[in-house]
Design a protein around this ligand. Structure first.
Ligand code: SF4
Length: 181
């Protein structure tokens, strides 16, 4: 934020000295948004254990402004799909995604979510990539990914937020066409 803010130094007698900052709406809103990413409390399989570890004291995701896991999709702006998405679970994942307000982001955490993982060949019951169901912003590979990898994925999500145009509604329209409705 600091690099994008212009500080105006008025003369010493001015009551507004050091109290005026100039920035753009995009910079300000994006800064607040990426400093308060609220993930949804949502885990599907073993990868979710690593996600829980990321939120625990040792890795402390709160220091990056993303601590409060929300128990409802209506208060979350980040869905971390952590674990195997079975065909039975897929409609529920889609419903939760639909209930999240825009702007919303999706992280595919782990090999199962990215492409089917160990189930890619014989897992008749597993969706071969959650991006067939919902649009994915960041992929985090691994089986399971370590908490450091999840944090890196969070940073990439925050990078996307940093570049967004707040008044530009095209982002919603630019979502890729999904293979499964
Ligand atoms: S990627 Fe590996 S650790 Fe993660 S849900 Fe699949 S099998 Fe489990």
């Amino acid at each position: 934020m600091a690099e994008s803010i212009q500080e105006i130094n008025l003369n010493n007698d001015s009551p507004t000295r050091d109290n005026i900052l100039i920035t753009s709406v995009d910079q300000l809103v994006n800064w607040t948004r990426r400093s308060s990413v609220w993930p949804m409390t949502f885990g599907l399989a073993c990868c979710a254990i690593e996600m829980m570890a990321t939120g625990a004291s040792h890795y402390d995701i709160d220091r990056f402004g993303s601590g409060p896991f929300r128990a409802t999709p209506r208060q979350a702006d980040l869905m971390i799909v952590a674990g195997t998405v079975s065909h039975k679970m897929a409609p529920r994942v889609k419903r939760l995604f639909d209930q999240m307000p825009e702007p919303k982001y999706v992280m595919a955490m782990g090999a199962c979510t990215v492409c089917g993982g160990p189930y890619i060949k014989h897992g008749y019951h597993v969706l071969k990539g959650v991006d067939r169901l919902i649009p994915v912003d960041v992929y985090v590979p691994g089986c399971p990914p370590r908490p450091e990898a999840l944090l890196e994925g969070l940073f990439r999500i925050q990078d996307k937020m940093k570049r967004e145009r707040v008044l530009d509604r095209e982002r919603i329209g630019l979502r890729p066409k999904l293979l499964v409705e």
